[in-house]
Design a protein around this ligand. Structure first.
Ligand SMILES: C[S@@+](CC[C@H](N)C(=O)[O-])C[C@H]1O[C@@H](n2cnc3c(N)ncnc32)[C@H](O)[C@@H]1O
Length: 250
């Protein structure tokens, strides 16, 4: 099986479980922390044209649409686009498509692009970033929230080294310079392919696409977020997520 059909098949097998996780707000990091950071960073989106690259079942598009943005969500997985269409608000549109190509999406069309943990899913990150840059208006902003390269490097789904009592000793970081596929297990049944890239590779891909790196954010929880989701205190020990803030030159 070539790469893209294999990736699509993995997400197809996982789609119903992913949608259930979203509906039941089981994703600690997104629900407890990253949504707050992303919404704060994008700021007032009322009236802005926004594209969400790898939008999944549309959860972040719905949040942006509810805040007044005109949103186009793009995803490769038909089950997610069907779900997003069935639950959409009046300012959302959805497109079944590949964020590495964005076929049919015009140049210079969006004020804001977001990629919410989707760059790690694509084999050709340079193409995806190039497309994001292409469809942004001059001066448009891109916020790419991704798994940190510190978190994706190690070839295991058993990331913490634990003592005999099961207490977390250290997070494993290995194979950092070996870029490429990593297999992530979701329970006993599901496996997804992610792509590890070094920090420099990602930053240079943004620069090569003509984007300006404005800020880099490594989200940690505040007291209120920790109270809601105590499990996210791991983020004080390990940088699991990173948000790249970019701008297309005006
Ligand atoms: C980890 S999920 C994140 C979904 C959503 N952004 C969220 O935060 O809930 C990654 C998403 O990227 C999508 N995806 C993977 N490869 C893609 C591609 N080449 N083009 C568009 N979407 C893709 C998957 O179908 C999946 O919905």
């Amino acid at each position: 099986m070539t790469e893209k059909p294999k990736l699509q098949a993995e997400w197809e097998a996982f789609a119903a479980e992913w949608i259930a996780r979203c509906e039941q707000q089981r994703d600690e990091a997104r629900e407890g922390l990253l949504d707050d950071w992303m919404l704060e960073l994008v700021g007032d989106v009322a009236g802005l044209r926004v594209i969400d690259l790898g939008c999944g079942e549309g959860r972040f598009c719905r949040m942006l649409g509810a805040r007044g943005a005109e949103v186009l969500g793009v995803d490769l997985q038909p089950a997610f686009i069907d779900y997003a269409e069935a639950h959409k608000g009046e300012r959302e549109k959805y497109l079944l498509g590949d964020m590495e190509e964005l076929n049919g999406v015009p140049d210079d069309a969006f004020d804001l692009a977001v990629s919410y943990i989707s760059l790690v899913d694509v084999p050709d990150m340079h193409a995806a970033i190039g497309q994001a840059a292409r469809v942004l208006k001059p001066g448009g902003r891109l916020f790419a929230c991704n798994l940190s390269p510190m978190a994706t490097a190690t070839r295991t789904s058993n990331w913490w080294l634990r003592d005999d009592m099961g207490r977390k000793l250290h997070y494993k970081l290995d194979n950092y310079t070996e870029e490429g596929e990593r297999t992530v297990l979701f329970g006993p049944q599901h496996r997804l392919t992610n792509y590890h890239r070094m920090f420099s590779t990602t930053i240079n891909a943004f620069i090569d696409a003509g984007l300006v790196v404005k800020r880099i954010h490594e989200p940690t929880p505040n007291a209120e977020q920790l109270k809601r989701r105590p499990g996210i205190d791991d983020l004080f020990r390990v940088p699991l997520f990173i948000i790249y803030q970019l701008q297309k030159p005006a």
